[in-house]
Design a protein around this ligand. Structure first.
Ligand SMILES: C[S@@+](CC[C@H](N)C(=O)[O-])C[C@H]1O[C@@H](n2cnc3c(N)ncnc32)[C@H](O)[C@@H]1O
Length: 252
């Protein structure tokens, strides 16, 4: 079993250190064009001037958006993740600041701030998530937009007395979430076993947050809900939705 301390990762890179960044851009999954392109289409449509991505990662979304002529800046906690951006074609167009999206400020006034791929949940306290909304609003011009893409917790799949929901079971891999429905904290757990019997266990902490709670966070930060879609295709958000793409507008 390999523990996180054996990897040589830099602790200040948080949950996305070098050992994660090394494979983050592997083809398929979240990097597939059919996943990336619909998100970039919506973001390009909402942008009306410079945009800022919180937790920009390796530029999965920021770089193709910049390639369409949108001026893109980013804030990112992990130097290992951010280092990939400059090495990619078109990455030089993305202006990256290393910092924490709950408090780091970058110069400029933006038409759109966005935070995708469930990353609001990487901030594991309610106060911290409110700070993300406040920081987004502080970067927006009046009338500017804040967009969040985040999954909904699978609490309807929790029978009484159970706190674990499996989400993947494949040869050599088991994935499950473990919920604390009191604190709204949960962990995503990944067990990987190679054919030679070597194993790796990664547990990543999150905090889930309900759409209505996000709307209150937005109001605390001076923003109001403008759109809530079930996905990037702008389909209707319903009781059966498993995620949402929500957009709030900053007041004047
Ligand atoms: C799931 S990745 C998403 C990256 C990118 N937005 C994308 O869509 O591919 C989450 C990213 O959030 C970053 N992150 C987590 N907490 C952060 C924080 N408080 N401030 C800035 N970045 C953070 C991580 O380092 C990681 O790069």
């Amino acid at each position: 079993m390999i523990s996180e301390t054996d990897t040589g990762d830099e602790p200040s890179d948080g949950w996305f250190p070098e050992s994660v960044a090394a494979n983050y851009d592997d083809p398929g999954g979240a990097n597939a064009p059919e996943v990336v392109t619909p998100a970039v289409d919506v973001l390009e449509d909402l942008a009306d001037g410079p945009v800022l991505e919180f937790a920009v990662g390796t530029g999965r979304i920021a770089i193709p958006l910049a390639a369409r002529g949108v001026p893109v800046s980013g804030i990112e906690l992990s130097r290992a993740m951010a280092a990939r951006i400059a090495d990619k074609p078109g990455g030089a167009a993305v202006d990256v600041t290393i910092g924490d999206m709950t408090e780091t400020r970058v110069d400029g006034e933006f038409s759109l701030v966005f935070l995708v791929f469930n990353t609001i949940g990487n901030v594991t306290t309610q106060d911290g998530q409110v700070d993300v909304f406040r920081n987004a609003a502080a970067h927006l011009r009046p009338g500017g937009l804040f967009l969040v893409e985040v999954g909904l917790p699978a609490l309807r799949r929790l029978p009484p007395g159970q706190d674990i929901v499996p989400f993947a079971m494949a040869p050599g891999y088991v994935g499950f979430d473990q919920y604390d429905v009191v604190t709204q904290e949960f962990t995503s757990n990944h067990v990987t076993v190679t054919p030679d019997g070597q194993g790796r266990f990664r547990r990543i902490p999150f905090r889930y947050v309900w759409p209505a709670e996000l709307d209150l966070m937005a109001r605390i930060a001076g923003m109001r809900l403008k759109h809530r879609w079930a996905d990037w295709d702008r389909s209707e958000f319903t009781a059966e939705s498993t995620k949402h793409v929500s957009v709030w507008e900053r007041g004047s």
